[in-house]
Design a binder for this molecule. Structure first.
Ligand code: GLU
Length: 422
């Protein structure tokens, strides 16, 4: 392990992002001025968000919005509601959005937002008031040409509808393109909800093809059964893969012959979580990650594959549906084991790609069929996988380093063309 990795705080996602950035910047021989510019977020907003709770008392939450880089276009990135949210995490996620949009060549910069809260413990009314007040507090960054949020952990179409309405009320006309991931009835795009999971399915198939493995019968474990993991599991099962393990925050389940994914989806619809699901044997999260499968698909939060468990992973392919599921300390261990990692900034870019389609449709006022959305998504994901694979072969580096190199070089090119206003 390189010397500086030994001092790395494995749990800090911003440091994890930076160590990968540094390595790619070094390989690209990035000029010192640009290197410094790209190591800093452009804008960071921290707000206090007072909310009237159902019991009549006022609670104050802390919210963030970080715009990491907007050289290529408006800042783009989700908003998460979670107890784990902190500034380092939001900075890392905003940087990852910047690299992600560049890897798939969208005309966007990167941003991320979050509020420290536990939405599962809040009523619909409390959540609506929290969302509206947070939107009002960060309204000066928002706008279809400046900063466009989307769903992320624990936020969904309904939350996006409230953001769109609050913004529109403030600017005094309806602006659909200010957020993506909205309900289809109010300017959302067909296929957006499934897009991240669909993108994971597409790149997993590309990786299998590259490694000369068959799609049919490929065994898979999916960690996280939310919007990304459940859709990826469903689509991969429909392609003939065997989903041996699934999990959510309440537990993990294993069935070597394959979990019935439609049954699991139905169960979660009725019970909200997988708790008590009978379609597999209960196992620990660690057993799920190190189980006997061809593909491991982490699709929940950061820091799941670490220097502590990486050596035990048996999968041949890791498809990072989540943002930052692998710590920088685990990278070299996975490389030694010759595990083919499809890095987050490529693997989960399907969501923001269809967000881009939604933004284009809103601005044009003309909406596409689901087939057209899915075809275009397939084109972009397949092409981007090929671009990253080509760079990785050319430079003899892993897929993650290649993806960072591609992203950073695209962002750097625009900075050079625009010049640094210093
Ligand atoms: N939250 C998603 C992500 O991390 C989607 C972001 C977007 O569509 O703007 O990629």
């Amino acid at each position: 392990m390189p010397d500086k990795d030994r001092f790395l705080n494995e749990e800090n996602p911003f440091e994890a992002m930076m160590s990968r950035f540094d390595r790619a910047a070094q390989l690209l021989d990035l000029e010192p001025g640009l290197y410094k510019v790209l190591r800093h977020p452009e804008k960071q907003v921290i707000v206090s968000v007072p909310v009237m709770m159902d019991n009549g008392e006022v609670e104050v939450y802390t919210g963030y919005r970080v715009l990491y880089n907007t050289s290529r276009g408006p800042a783009k990135g989700g908003i998460r509601f979670d107890m784990q949210v902190n500034l380092d995490e939001v900075q890392a996620l905003a940087a990852w959005m910047t690299w992600k949009c560049a890897v798939v060549n969208l005309p966007f910069g990167g941003a991320k937002g979050g509020v420290i809260c536990d939405p599962l413990k809040m009523s619909a009314g409390e959540l609506e008031r929290l969302t509206r007040r947070y939107t009002a507090a960060i309204i000066h960054t928002l706008g279809p040409d400046s900063d466009v949020p989307a769903p992320d952990v624990n936020t969904n179409e309904r939350v996006m509808a409230w953001i769109m309405d609050t913004y529109s009320m403030h600017v005094r006309h309806t602006v659909t393109a200010v957020v993506t991931g909205k309900p289809v009835e109010m300017g959302g795009s067909l296929g957006r909800r499934e897009a991240t999971g669909r993108g994971c399915m597409i790149v997993t198939k590309e990786a299998l093809k590259h490694l000369g493995m068959k799609v049919k019968g490929t065994t898979i474990a999916v960690q996280g059964f939310g919007n990304v993991g459940s859709v990826a599991a469903d689509l991969l099962a429909k392609e003939g893969c065997v989903i041996r393990g699934i999990s959510d925050r309440t537990g993990a389940y294993w069935n070597a012959r394959g979990i019935d994914i439609p049954a699991a989806l139905k169960y979660v619809k009725e019970h909200k979580t997988l708790e008590g699901f009978k379609g597999g044997d209960p196992i620990s999260n660690e057993e799920l990650l190190t189980g006997d499968v061809d593909v491991l698909l982490p699709a929940a939060l950061e820091n799941v594959i670490t220097s502590k468990n990486a050596a035990k992973i048996r999968a041949r392919i890791i498809c990072e549906g989540a943002n930052g599921p692998t710590t920088a300390g685990a990278d070299s261990i996975l490389a030694e084991k010759e595990i083919f990692v499809i890095p987050d900034i490529l693997a989960n870019a399907g969501g923001v790609t269809v967000s881009y389609f939604e933004w284009v449709q809103d601005r044009g006022g003309y909406f596409w069929s689901e087939e057209s959305v899915n075809d275009r998504l397939n084109d972009i994901m397949t092409r981007s996988f090929g671009d990253v694979l080509k760079l990785s072969t050319q430079h003899k580096v892993d897929m993650r380093t290649a993806a960072y190199m591609l992203a950073i070089s695209r962002v750097a090119t625009v900075h050079r063309l625009r010049g640094i206003y210093a």
